[in-house]
Each structure stands twice: as structure tokens, then as C-alpha cells.
Design a protein around this ligand. Structure first.
Ligand code: ADP
Ligand code: ZN
Ligand code: ZN
Length: 745
């Protein structure tokens, strides 16, 4: 009987062999249900026609072949193998974790009877030119149906609200439907759609490109096969416009385009922006905010080739895209592209691998490229594309300056200078944004008598004071208690909040400007799914005078009335033990600065710091990314940090401190031994076992061991060999993980 090799979601690094009953067809990349121990599991067929080493009597048989979805391509299976290998994560778990949730479950995905929608007699009689201009989505639906009947999947690519708008059209008698019997499982209508697909599409509102933009677009259009481009342009320099032209080019050739964006940027606004620019192109999004059903649906639209543009967050880098011709990674330096658990992949790096395997271009865009990418562009591994000016002549970059907090009057963390600027904005009816990367009222509560601090009893950190809710909350483990009335240690009633968070800033501002409309935007105030959207609408409608927010507010949003950005407390990043902290701060400050003065009003950025002469602030003041990056790279080279070395971090945590360290020390001994062998001499460096930055979290002790290599290749070889030793170190009661190219320590 034929044997297939199956990937299963179990923490073992092997695949599993199963027999296939006579007469049953199993294709590569198909999902199957197989017995595993006493359970049944969903697996993915990674190899067919296998010669198994197992004796036939011990080989189990595939229970069911799932025919509900098209098999995955060999290309994608290869990518999974690569990632499993590179990130040292079991192949089965890698493969299964990249699938949409519905495809991981034992239940076959149900294809609902699909309905075909078409125009009724009165619908056909409508002249769209006279149709209400305000009903944009309805108009789009009618226009599409005028072309040909559609199913709901096709209509949903027009807008996220297509389903409800369609209902209205049916209620008005403009659209009718009939049930069609799908000849194929979900998604149906594919073949017809393909046949009807016209390559021509509308590209709306295209700007005449500047020379620099033109060069960038040209470079990508003319590349043959794989190439990696770094598009470096300040905020407002027209990167998005460049993406649009590149996308347009690939769509004309009949290709699919994948645009990866940071988690927080994928909003309905972004989708709508794309729909405006490409009104008759099938566009879908893939992100964690979708329901499982929507996610599967969109994923299948990508897989079938119907979706022409896929907007997605990191996981969408694994979406099946048979006609993929271009990948764009926007804000490539954003840390949300790195997955922090399970398969710890970097979607940016996987995008590059995927493009090179497929032989297509990939474009990394940013105002502040990661030093890794910037370095790669400098040594010629990537091709640098630069946009040096703002696209719209009248838009000017905001002026950035510092306030020395030791030489000015401070009001609970806000300087007199900043308050003065805010009051001027209030008088001019312009918006201000106060940026502070700490939520809550104050990071810690202190006893003035005995020095007691509100530490978390489960973690090594402090509990944050949330005054509105009257709680002390640990942001690491979630533990919370009521704010005590007296010091738990000495009974003193005088407890003081130390430092500031968003809530405190909000209340200080409210006290100073009682008439101002202040809006706080952080994870606490936006917990509710819709609230952030509503807040955005308020900001855009100019119903807010002062915004107080965390990094949620820093990214990619366009607030035309905003002319002042105040930055509180950036200093901890300047002298952090994390060598990437300064790089991140620079990127973040450029990003918040980019919020100010995007329209015709010039913007201003005021940074409160104790170190106004720090090179980072000087570089920021001059918008000198090049100079800043050069000095950072020099420091990194001297200190032996990435991108000049390649790192892997072994983490361990457990309830018994001794066990954690015992494991890591054993692992270290093995690594040191290995690194002494001929192959690795002088290429590998094994550092010491040290406690993690947060040494205790949720009652678990945490520690880590860092390994460095001179080349990626040496690291990969070393990890393979080391893995064998690691598998032999007992890990009972411990949680251990390898993080290849770690971003956080
Ligand atoms: P970025 O993505 O780099 O922040 P955008 O592409 O959003 O920049 O462009 C910033 C602004 O400039 C937008 O309003 C955009 O419509 C406009 N713009 C972009 N390219 C051009 C151009 N070639 N001519 C005129 N305006 C442009
Ligand atoms: Zn006390
Ligand atoms: Zn805690």
C-alpha cells in the first residue's frame, strides 16, 4: 500500500508515515485525518510515494482525506521546511501553525450552499450615473453585477460592508439571487471568474511621480527574477504612492501582490484607501482581527488566485498565492513582524526567502530602516532606493527640539515649555499630541515613610497604579489588587505615585486646561474593539484638542489638524542594556514626529529629556538618518553586535530557579564543547548564562544563554549539531525555546 509522510502538530521534529487505503487518492499538500496515539489529528501531507522504514504491521492508516480545500503547493511546503529548519522548530508544528485555524480543526470546513447574485429587472434599468453618490459600496456592487453575476465572496472583495449593503439592495428589489450548485468545493465560481477576468483594471488618482519615485518604480519594474530593494524615504516622501505604482504594474501583468504591514496599521481605513485606488480589483486582508470564518474565506480567495492584492500582517507571509509577483513589506523595521512565541519567525525575513525562492522582487520600505537592512543595502546585498524630499512641496518636516528637564519648571512630569506650546495650539484650534510610552497613572506606588514599593508578588517588576479603576496592576502577569489605603509594610497612610503614565498626564492636562477636549489613547482605553475606530473618527473630525497616547498613536495615521507633538520620558532607552533600544527610539520618534504637520500647517516636536545633547536627538533634529545609522553601525561593529554577528538565544523558565540554571549550564557546556571543534573555531561565541531582563514573571524564574556566530551559515550548522545535545538535556518542568535572530532579550 502507498505510504504518505504527514506533518502533525506535535512537539517532535519528525514527520509520520501512514498507509493509504487502496483506491484512495492523496495529493501532496492535502490535509488528512490520522490516528495518533489514542487521538485523531489533522495532518498535512508533506511527501507521497514514500519508502517507509517502519514494518507494515506497525504502520497505521490514514482515516480520512479532507477534500474540502485545495491542496497546498509544493512551493509553500518547501517554505515551511525551510522555516522549520532555520528557526529550529518542529516541522509538523511549523506547518500546521501557518494554516488558518479552520484548516487545523478535525471538522471539514463546510461549504455553505453558495448563492449567485444578479441584477433584477429594475436593477438593470438603473443608470449608475444617477445613483446616489453617497452609497459608494452599493454603487460598486451594482457596477460589478452589471458585468456578471457574482457570489458573496466576489462581492466581499469590494468592501468590508458589502454583505450588509447587499441585503439592502435585495430589500429594495434591485438585486436577486438563486442558489447555484457548486461543482467544486469552496470557493466556487473560481473557474468562471478566471475565465472572465479581464486584466485591465482602474488605477485611480495616480500622481505624476517625482524623479526619485519614478526611479524606484522603474527599478522594480525592470528587475528579472529575485531582487531585494530597500525603499528608504522619510514620512510623507511618497512611499505609499510608489507601492501603488509597483502594484499597478504587477496587476497589469496578471500577478498577485502581497503587502505586509505592521499589526497596528491594518485598519479598515487602509483597506478603503486601496479600494479607492484600485476600485475594481479583488482585494482581501488577512489579520488576527478577522473571525475564523472570514480568515479562511480570504485565505482561500488568495489560494485560488482570485484575490489580486492581499493586505496582511505577519502570518499572511505564509498565504498561498499562486500568481505572486511582488511582496512589499511596509515599515520593515517594525517589531510586530517578529513572532514572539511558537515559530519565532520574522515575517520580513521569510518574505525575502519566499521572494528569492520564487524568483520575484521584494521591496522593504521604511522611514527608518532596521540597521540590518540598511547594512545589507550598503554592502550591496539589497538595492537601495531613496526618496529624500517630501512628495508635496508645501508639506514641510516638523522642527524638532529638546527641553532640558533639569533646567525648566516641571508640573508632574510635563514641562512649562510644553504646556505653553499646548496652550498656543488650543488658542489656534490646532491639535496637540502628548506621547508617553507608559499606560496607567504611575508606574509605581511608594510609601514615603519606609520606602515600600508596589512590587508584584509573582514577578520581579512593579505593579502599575491605575487610579481611575483604583487598582494596582502588574503589566507582566496581569495580577491586580485594590489600591491599599495604608502601607502594607509599615501602616503609614502617605502613599505616593512615582513617575507618570498616560492617565496621570491626562489628569494634569485636564487640570491645567479645564475646557480642552482631551482624549487618551492606549491599550486600556481601546480595549473595546470599536473604540479605537470611534476615537480616530473623533480625531479626524477635530472633536479633540489634546491627544495623550502611547505608541498606538505613533504609527501611520494621518491627523491633519495636528501641529504639536510632545514626547515625555524617552531617556530610559538611551542607556538601556538592550543594544537595539536606541535604534527603536529613533524610529519611534521619527514616526511620532511624522504625525505633525502633514497638511499645510507646519508641525513642531518637543522632546523632554535630561540629555538634550545626545547624538540621537541631534540626528533627529537634522533628520540625519544616514549619520545616525553610520554611528550606530560603527558602535555595533566595535561591540560585536548584529548585523556584524548572528545571534541565537536559548531561553528557559521554570518554578525552580536551580533547574532553570542547571539546564542552561548543561546546554552551555555542550555548546562550548562543540564550538571548540575544528569546524567552529573562531566562528562561534558562547556567552554566559544570565537572568532574563525580567528575571521572574508569573512565579517563573527566567534565564537565557546567547550564542553568536560570524556568519549565518556557521550559526545554522552549529544549531543543527547543538540541537542533538539539547534534546538530551532533561527539560522536565521547564519551558525552553530557541530564538534565532532574536529581537528581544
Ligand atoms: P509616505 O508613504 O512616504 O508617508 P505618501 O505616499 O503617503 O508618503 O505620500 C504623502 C502625500 O504626498 C500623500 O498625500 C500623497 O498623496 C502625496 N504624494 C505622493 N506622491 C506624490 C506626487 N508624486 N505628487 C504629488 N503628491 C504626491
Ligand atoms: Zn511604609
Ligand atoms: Zn506580575
Amino acid at each position: 500500500m502507498p505510504i504518505v509522510r504527514v506533518a502533525l502538530d506535535v512537539p517532535l521534529s519528525t514527520l509520520f508515515d501512514y498507509m493509504v487505503k487502496e483506491g484512495v487518492d492523496v495529493a501532496l499538500g492535502q490535509r488528512v485525518i490520522v490516528p495518533f496515539g489514542r487521538r485523531q489529528l489533522v495532518g498535512l501531507v508533506m511527501e507521497t510515494g514514500v519508502d517507509s522504514d517502519l514494518p507494515p504491521e506497525r504502520t497505521k492508516t490514514v482515516s480520512q482525506v479532507l477534500q474540502d480545500s485545495m491542496p497546498l503547493s509544493a512551493e509553500l511546503l518547501y517554505l515551511m521546511r525551510f522555516c522549520s529548519d532555520y528557526y529550529r522548530y518542529p516541522l509538523g508544528q511549523t506547518a500546521i501553525s501557518t494554516l488558518p485555524g479552520r484548516l487545523r480543526s478535525l471538522k471539514p470546513v463546510l461549504s455553505k450552499p453558495l448563492l449567485n447574485y444578479y441584477l433584477s429587472a429594475s436593477g438593470s434599468a438603473i443608470d449608475l450615473h444617477n445613483f446616489s453618490k453617497r452609497k459608494v459600496v452599493q454603487r460598486r456592487i451594482l457596477a460589478k453585477l452589471k458585468d456578471h453575476p457574482c457570489n458573496i465572496a466576489q462581492l466581499k472583495t469590494l468592501s468590508t460592508t458589502a454583505a450588509s449593503q447587499l441585503k439592502d439592495l435585495i430589500a429594495e428589489g434591485l438585486v436577486e439571487y438563486s442558489s447555484s450548485n457548486p461543482s467544486r468545493p469552496h470557493p466556487v465560481g473560481m473557474a468562471e471568474e478566471k475565465a472572465e477576468r479581464v486584466v485591465a483594471h482602474t488605477f485611480a488618482n495616480a500622481h505624476r511621480l517625482t524623479n526619485e519615485q519614478l526611479q524606484a518604480v522603474d527599478a522594480v519594474e525592470h528587475v528579472q527574477g529575485y531582487a531585494c530593494f530597500l525603499l528608504h524615504g522619510i514620512t510623507g516622501s511618497g512611499k505609499t504612492e510608489v507601492y501603488m505604482h509597483m502594484i499597478n504594474h504587477m496587476l497589469k501583468k496578471g500577478g498577485q501582490v502581497l503587502l505586509l504591514v505592521p499589526e497596528i496599521n491594518l485598519t479598515p481605513q487602509l483597506e478603503n484607501y486601496f479600494l479607492d485606488r484600485f476600485p475594481d480589483v479583488a482585494l482581501i486582508s488577512l489579520h488576527s482581527g478577522l473571525s475564523e470564518g472570514e480568515r479562511l474565506h480570504n485565505w482561500q480567495l488568495a489560494q485560488s488566485g482570485i484575490a489580486q492584492i492581499v493586505l496582511g500582517t505577519r502570518l499572511s507571509v505564509f498565504a498561498e498565492l499562486p500568481k505572486l509577483m511582488l511582496i512589499i513589506v511596509d515599515e520593515e523595521n517594525d517589531s510586530s513582524f517578529k513572532q514572539q512565541d511558537g515559530l519565532r519567525y520574522s515575517a520580513r525575513d521569510v518574505a525575502i526567502i519566499r521572494a528569492s525562492q520564487r524568483g520575484i522582487p521584494v521591496v522593504l520600505g521604511s522611514a527608518t530602516p532596521s540597521l540590518e537592512s540598511y547594512y545589507n543595502a550598503q554592502i550591496g546585498r539589497y538595492q537601495m532606493l531613496k526618496l529624500t524630499g517630501r512628495a508635496q512641496a508645501k508639506a514641510r518636516l516638523p522642527a524638532t527640539s529638546c527641553v532640558n528637564i533639569n533646567q525648566t519648571v516641571m508640573h508632574h512630569g510635563i514641562s512649562e515649555n510644553l504646556l505653553r506650546e499646548v496652550s498656543q495650539r488650543l488658542a489656534r484650534k490646532e491639535q496637540s499630541l502628548i506621547f508617553i510610552n507608559r499606560r496607567g497613572y504611575a508606574p509605581v506606588l511608594m510609601c514615603t515613610s519606609c520606602g515600600w514599593l508596589s512590587g508584584c508578588k509573582h514577578c520581579a517588576g512593579n505593579m502599575v497604579l491605575h487610579l481611575k479603576e483604583q487598582r494596582l496592576r502588574c503589566h507582566h502577569c496581569g495580577y491586580q489588587i485594590r489600591v491599599p489605603n495604608i502601607c502594607p509594610s509599615c501602616g503609614n497612610a502617605d502613599l505616593h505615585p512615582v513617575g507618570s503614565g498616560t492617565q496621570r498626564v491626562e489628569s494634569v492636562l485636564q487640570e491645567r486646561f479645564p475646557d480642552a477636549r482631551i482624549l487618551r489613547v492606549d491599550r486600556d482605553s481601546t480595549r473595546n474593539k470599536r473604540s479605537w475606530q470611534n476615537m480616530r473618527a473623533m480625531i479626524q473630525a477635530n472633536e479633540v484638542d489634546i491627544l495623550v497616547g502611547t505608541q498606538m498613536l505613533a504609527k501611520g495615521h494621518d491627523f491633519p489638524a495636528l501641529t504639536l507633538v510632545g514626547v515625555l520620558n524617552p531617556d530610559t532607552a538611551l542607556y538601556s542594556s538592550d543594544f537595539r533600544a536606541a535604534e527603536r527610539l529613533f524610529a519611534q520618534l521619527v514616526q511620532v514626529a511624522g504625525r505633525a504637520g502633514r497638511a499645510d500647517k507646519p508641525g513642531e516636536v518637543l522632546i523632554q529629556t535630561a540629555f538634550p545633547d545626545h547624538p540621537l536627538f541631534r540626528a533627529l533634529h537634522n533628520y540625519d538618518f544616514e549619520g545616525w545609522a553610520a554611528s550606530q553601525l560603527l558602535e555595533r561593529e566595535m561591540a560585536g553586535f548584529p548585523p556584524f554577528v548572528f545571534q541565537t538565544l536559548l531561553r528557559a523558565e521554570g518554578k525552580q530557579e536551580a533547574e532553570v540554571f542547571r539546564y542552561l549550564n548543561d546546554a552551555r557546556t555542550a555548546a562550548v564543547e562543540l564550538s571548540k571543534s575544528m569546524e567552529y573555531q573562531e566562528t562561534m561565541e558562547v556567552l554566559g548564562v544570565i537572568p532574563a531582563a525580567m528575571p521572574r514573571r508569573a512565579n517563573h524564574f527566567r534565564a537565557q544563554l546567547l550564542i553568536q556566530a560570524k556568519t549565518r551559515k556557521a550559526m545554522q550548522q552549529f544549531l543543527k549539531a547543538w540541537q542533538i545535545a539539547l534534546d538530551n538535556c532533561p527539560t522536565k518542568n521547564l519551558r525552553c525555546s530557541l530564538d534565532v535572530d532574536p529581537l528581544e532579550f
